[in-house]
Design a protein around this ligand. Sequence first.
Ligand SMILES: *Cc1c(COP(=O)(O)O)cnc(C)c1O
Length: 489
Amino acid sequence: MPEPDLCEISVPNRIGFRFPGLDVPKSELPKGLVREVLPLPELYEVDVVRRYTRLSQLNHAIDTGYYPLGSCTMKYNPKINEDMARQPGFAAVHPLQPIQSVQGCLALMYDLQEWLKEIGGFAGVTLQPAAGAQGELTGILIIRAYHKDRGDHKRTKILIPDSAHGTNPATSAMSGMTVVEIKSDERGNVDLEALREQCDDTLAGIMLTNPNTLGLFDEHLEEVIHMVHEAGGLVYGDGANMNALLGILRPGDIGIDVLHYNLHKTFSTPHGGGGPGSGPVGVRSHLVDFLPSPIVTITDEGDEETPPIYGFYSPPKSIGRVKSFHGHFGMMVRAYTYMLMHGKEGLRKISEHAVLNANYLLARLRHVYHVPYDRICMHEFVAEGHWEDAPEIRALDISKRLMDFGFHPPTNYFPLIVHEALMIEPTETESKQTLDAFADALITIAQEARTNPEILKTAPHRTPVGRVDEVKAAKDLILSCGVSVEEEE
Ligand SMILES: *Cc1c(COP(=O)(O)O)cnc(C)c1O
């Protein structure tokens, strides 16, 4: 049944709400403040409830289907995380409560800091940043502060490989740095020659994503880090891909100076739809003094009878606050729960299985889809959504057709260095059956591209909304009953 238009089912003077009784003196509003005509649909409460309940079911979600969106680590979010985040002692606290009354929350934050230090090989961690991108900003500001503190004012150049996420150059530019792109070599690594040319005394640092956004572990990682350090620069690690490394490689151990985690990717806190994320940042010892303030610490160790007392401290050369209060605490509770449920060994298994799942899918698809950088991948891989014998088909058509099979499309057109990119990240939470069903769908679609390209070109066919004109949808937003923004203006 097509979704009824609320304006169409509206009946004049039908009322679905009741205002509470007036508890202040009645007064007239100034003229001109109230619109004479407000074209809102007039409906019963039940019509509104049904409408929004149905709408809430139209979106694809991790709880309704497979979501192989590369670089995003759309893993299943265990429901125990939600139970814990809803405990009144966590959910009902206020950041301005006296410190004595939130000791449990501070203990959780302290442990989470310690665990993230341990997982990444770092000396200090801030939990403040609200997302990966804000973690990047925090990290680059720390790098800038470090050079300034040493009187090294010339160092304003940040190197960014051409496979990087768009947030990397954006962050660097926002921090007042000059961005220089470094190309990749034919195996998908940082091109060492291109890097060598940029290693001079203006180098502030490099932003490395490892495994990179091709899903590949850089084969010269240690050499890259060494070259940047030799030139006096620092190494920023984009930790969005930590799902490949947990318990296997600690970025701090190999010389990555500062790195952000995405709790909403690696540590299973929900994301998508622009909801709250969390992007803690870890640093090696020479950078701990620059961390955002405040950081949770133990102010009194206690003894056998009395538990430790937690409080805050401000690092001496702190770059300041990057977020109001202490960041997104609810996300911290979820990530903490996830780590506690898995334990040390379990965390390593997560990455082992994430890498295994990606390589399984790669093995099933590499003969059907061209994989330009075809070597053992980490937790994701990038294929081309294009064939020479089906020239009119693009990655977009494949993605749209996948929706007819009930799957969320992979990431499209990123990284930019792969033509018609389809970036696939299965994650560890999917069963072999799901992976096989997904591979089968992609194989069927590859056949259809040759035998019935029209079905791809006009897909999706089984979703509530068919193929949309994406440019028009972005340029001419329709935000209210049939009135586009353009017309309203
Ligand atoms: C997701 C992602 C980011 C940005 O993280 P947000 O939490 O979305 O701000 C940065 N780099 C890479 C490689 C990512 O996948």
